[in-house]
Design a protein around this ligand. Structure first.
Ligand SMILES: [Zn+2]
Length: 439
């Protein structure tokens, strides 16, 4: 089986041929299927559906059967399938990274050094750094350079086992730039194999041209509601609408207006909530039926209860707290024990979480959030798929779903988070196509 070409156009004919083939995958020390009921809450979060000496049959990009090797091999359609022996490694569903800021102009390594020397995230933001710094860099960048940077990141996402990711706008903050980001995401989705789910985050922060003016924030919100949202909805450029609801960004009432209007345009809400301060964004988002509330370092008991009773996913982003050197991580154990739906994501962004590595996020979830390796894996696959409303297609290895797999160079799945900051992904497959293979 050939490695899939990532350059789209000239690879199409060969790809179509490949996806019609059947593939029988055997030789895994463990297959974590994650099959079963979704989403996973409470004690069911650690049910990973392990098959030892199992097999997976793939046809036309989908899983046809998964189970014991003898049962899968006994199927008549397994006989003529091409064989792939993974040599004692561990197979898991491809990671679903449900929170990223994919399109970005440049790194912010200069601010990283300032933060280490003691400047706070908010101090840096007040001096025109932070998100506004990324906005300046993005507006100045050509589409080609933004795309090249994102394309390189996408290859790295695949190399760490990710097969589906969400991507937010939010470093443009004017009509043309926000549309440009979402348009680039659409093009990237068509040009390479990773699935990209687009979110409009025009409400990331108030851009500098509206700051310090009477009604500046209100005028920007009106631009967002009256010009950006209708155009994005008309062109079908995003599935979700997000707001950074926090101290220094947007208030709960502003967020409610934006998300409600987004909903009216068919964009489902999700929200950056309770990261720097507790604003009540979580309960507001739950009332609106948001797909997810992300961050949640500052949630209180009432917020946890509201999440637990809802279908809104609590998406935890421990990479942020790690990169910023913060000691307060989100209360994952309390959320799990209350029966909230917990997911994990990288929050890949240049200011607070410059990583594409879901395995590193799993390591942080285990050591800092005290999640077990099994819980962390379910949170990074099936529950994350639920957060993107794709749990019927991805997030587990079961018949009918896309054949999205990550194979790790380990014998026991617990070694995936155990080895931290190490590249142990051996192969990644999206819809039956190999999109990454270690040399
Ligand atoms: Zn974010």
């Amino acid at each position: 089986m050939e490695k899939a070409k990532s350059d789209g156009a000239d690879g199409c004919a060969a790809e179509d041929e490949e996806v019609t083939q059947s593939l029988l995958i055997t030789g895994a020390s463990q297959i974590l299927t994650l099959r079963g009921r979704t989403p996973r809450r409470g004690t069911s979060l650690s049910k990973i559906g392990m098959e030892k000496n199992g097999a997976i049959l793939v046809r036309k990009g989908r899983v046809v059967a998964v189970g014991s090797r003898s049962s899968v091999e006994a199927r008549p359609d397994a006989k003529e399938a091409e064989k792939l022996d993974v040599g004692g490694r561990v197979v898991i569903p491809g990671f679903v990274d449900s929170h990223t800021h994919l399109i970005q102009g440049a790194s912010r390594a200069d601010e990283y050094e300032l933060k280490i020397q003691g400047a706070s995230y908010e101090e840096i933001a007040r001096k025109g750094g932070g998100i506004l710094n990324s906005v300046k860099k993005l507006r100045a960048a050509t589409s080609e350079s933004l795309k090249a940077r994102a394309r390189a990141a996408l290859e790295e996402f695949a190399a760490y086992g990710t097969t589906t990711l969400e991507a937010k706008s939010g470093y443009g903050l004017d009509v043309a730039s926000e549309l440009r980001i979402l348009q680039l995401q659409r093009e990237l989705a068509q040009e390479q194999r990773l699935e990209i789910v687009s979110t409009f985050l025009g409400a990331h922060t108030v851009p500098s041209e509206f700051r310090g003016k009477p009604d500046g924030a209100e005028r920007y919100i009106r631009l967002l509601l009256e010009e950006m949202l209708p155009e994005i909805a008309k062109r079908g450029l995003a599935e979700f609408c997000d707001v950074f609801c926090d101290r220094g960004a947007f208030t709960r009432e502003q967020a409610r207006r934006i998300l409600t209007e987004g909903k009216r345009h068919g964009l489902a809400p999700r929200v950056h909530a309770e990261q720097l301060s507790r604003t009540g964004a979580t309960q507001m988002a739950v009332e609106l039926g948001a797909a997810s509330c992300d961050h949640l370092e500052q949630v209180n008991a009432a917020d946890i209860r509201a999440l637990a009773k809802s279908k809104t996913v609590a998406t935890l982003l421990p990479g942020c707290d790690f990169h910023l050197g913060w000691k307060q991580y989100a209360p994952a154990r309390k959320l799990i024990e209350a029966d909230a739906i917990v997911a994990l994501a990288t929050d890949y962004n240049p200011g607070t979480s410059p990583t594409v590595s879901m395995p590193m996020v799993l390591s942080l979830a285990c050591t800092q959030l005290r999640m077990t390796p099994a819980e962390a894996l379910a949170a990074a696959t099936i529950n994350a798929a639920y957060a993107l409303r794709r749990d019927n297609k991805v997030g587990s290895i079961e018949a009918g779903k896309q054949a999205d797999l990550a194979v790790f160079e380990v014998e026991d799945y617990r070694e995936i988070p155990y080895y931290f900051g190490m590249q142990r992904c051996w192969m990644t497959m999206k819809s039956g196509q190999i999109i990454y293979m270690r040399d």
